[in-house]
Design a protein around this ligand. Structure first.
Ligand code: GLU
Length: 484
């Protein structure tokens, strides 16, 4: 049997990180088996579905590199097909019209609650006569369609993740609604018709759907459709062990993109949520992941989201990027924040060197804008930075630096020359380096100083910045009467 799997998101919100992870596991399984990965948009909830969410979902999957082989299929384009199957189930006596009103169902719920019973439909309209049905229609009632659930019965399946799962049909809530009064199909029904028609061999989804599976299995049986295999993945929990939610700060893929995670890092991390590779391989690509993937190493327990691990892995993947690739991505980030980047062809090499310097300590792309700021923007002094310039030794350091940078050294020599300069001035290295850093960047911390200084020098930015710092110091000294 050829492997065909699908991701079937509802476009009622942006691509959720949990859906992205389910999509990834489907993709890994498909690719590991030489199978097909299909995208189906479950948009039958017309009130909550929006085209912009569909776009966001498709863009997100594409950004992650989870290219689908078929689709997107849209449930709203298959409404006729659902009607045909509903009619077939009605004709076969496997489904029936139920005319209960919302009030009647509420009364039933209230009564069951008072008796301490679980809420379930009592199948009261299962055997209505044609005349009774007509009487309800004459009252203006519009029926839903319910699928008959045989009771008592045991439904079991061998789940690829959860192992043997057993349900009693008495616990399924009574005959289930498969179509609303307006004919619109409900999830458990539409999903079965779709998975059947699309010849899905493995249904891989979150374990929040385990309770739906027995209902779906009964529908497959009623339709004499071949059963797929099921794999229910444990959900993602936050570090406190609760289901990952909006309160955790980031839930949609877009949130993670905005935080500066790259697809390679995110894919690596998501793959390890409840799956572990066979070797102690921790850093791997999408292609390496599917070469290693199998359900035997998917755990039943929820994965705890670990921000530090994700950030670390992201950093590892940033450092694995080829220089041109890293440069391209950083240039994109820098352009987005509005930095005025040099655009001449001969500037490309300089930008690549900037990208390499910035990339050295980078864990997330969103840090790249802040860290690279001194390379592209005029200096803005922080308070901490000004404190350094107000030290008595600052003017003489700045003057000596101005002389040094008239005839700038190469990277390797610069550190040594700064040390010699400190000695000549009778100072330690620290104050010299700090003063240079503040003059060039305005703040006491940042990129490695010597390569940064040389990159700035190549843009003729060092002398003017030293001069600005010196003017500032001198003005301050004048203002406080401290002129030498
Ligand atoms: N539309 C459902 C969801 O987003 C699909 C569940 C399934 O994979 O069957 O949860």
């Amino acid at each position: 049997m050829s492997v065909r799997v699908r991701i079937a998101p509802s476009p009622t919100g942006n691509l959720h990180i949990g859906t992205a992870r389910t999509a990834l596991f489907n993709y890994l399984f498909a690719r590991s088996q030489g199978g097909k990965f299909i995208l189906r948009i479950e948009d039958t909830d017309q009130e909550r579905s929006r085209p912009e969410y569909t776009r966001n979902i498709i863009q997100g999957l594409t950004w992650l590199g989870l290219d689908f082989d078929e689709g997107p299929y849209y449930q709203t384009q298959r409404l006729d097909r659902y009607q045909t199957v509903i009619q077939q189930l009605l004709a076969a006596g496997q489904a029936y019209y139920c005319f209960c009103t919302a009030e009647e169902l509420d009364d039933l719920r209230t009564r069951q609650k008072a008796l301490g019973q679980a809420n379930r439909y009592d199948n009261r309209h299962r055997d209505l006569t044609v005349a009774q049905q007509q009487a309800f229609r004459d009252q203006g009632r519009e029926p839903v369609v319910r699928f008959k659930i045989e009771e008592p019965r045991t439904v079991r399946w061998s789940d690829l993740v959860q192992d043997e799962v057993v349900w009693q049909t008495q616990d399924l809530g009574g005959d289930m609604v498969i179509a609303r009064a307006d004919g619109g199909p409900l999830y458990n029904f539409a999903v079965v018709v779709d998975d059947w028609d699309m010849q899905i061999s493995h249904v891989i989804r979150g374990d929040d759907h385990v309770g739906n599976t027995p209902k779906q299995i009964l529908l497959y049986e009623a339709l004499a459709a071949p059963l797929p295999q099921f794999a229910h993945l444990p959900l993602i929990h936050n570090p406190e062990g609760k289901k990952l939610s909006k309160r955790d700060g980031a839930t949609s893929l877009a949130d993670f993109q905005n935080l500066g995670f790259i697809p390679e890092g995110l894919i690596n991390y998501l793959a390890m949520l409840s799956w572990s590779p066979p070797s102690d391989h921790e850093i791997f690509s999408l292609a390496e992941a599917y070469a290693m993937f199998g359900f035997e190493r998917v755990s039943k327990s929820p994965a705890r989201f670990d921000w530090d691990k994700l950030t670390w892995l992201n950093g590892q993947h940033l450092r694995l990027l080829k220089p041109e690739d890293l440069t391209q991505r950083l240039v994109q980030t820098w352009t987005q924040v509005g930095y005025d980047l040099p655009k001449q062809p001969e500037d490309a090499a300089w930008l690549t060197r900037c990208a390499q310097l910035v990339g050295e300590g980078l864990n997330r792309m969103d840090e790249a804008a802040r860290v690279a700021r001194p390379l592209f923007e005029p200096v803005a002094f922080t308070n901490e930075g000004l404190q350094v310039l107000l030290k008595p030794e600052a003017p003489k350091i700045l003057l000596a630096l101005l002389t040094l940078f008239q005839d700038p050294p190469q990277v390797e020599e610069l550190k040594a020359q700064l040390q010699t300069l400190a000695k000549t001035l009778g100072l330690k290295n620290g104050p010299v380096m700090q003063t240079l850093r503040i003059a060039l960047t305005g703040t006491p911390r940042g990129l490695e100083l010597a390569p940064l200084a040389l990159l700035l020098h190549q843009r003729q930015a060092v002398i003017p910045r030293l001069q600005v710092a010196l003017d500032l110091v001198q003005q301050f000294q004048k203002g406080t009467g401290g002129v030498k």
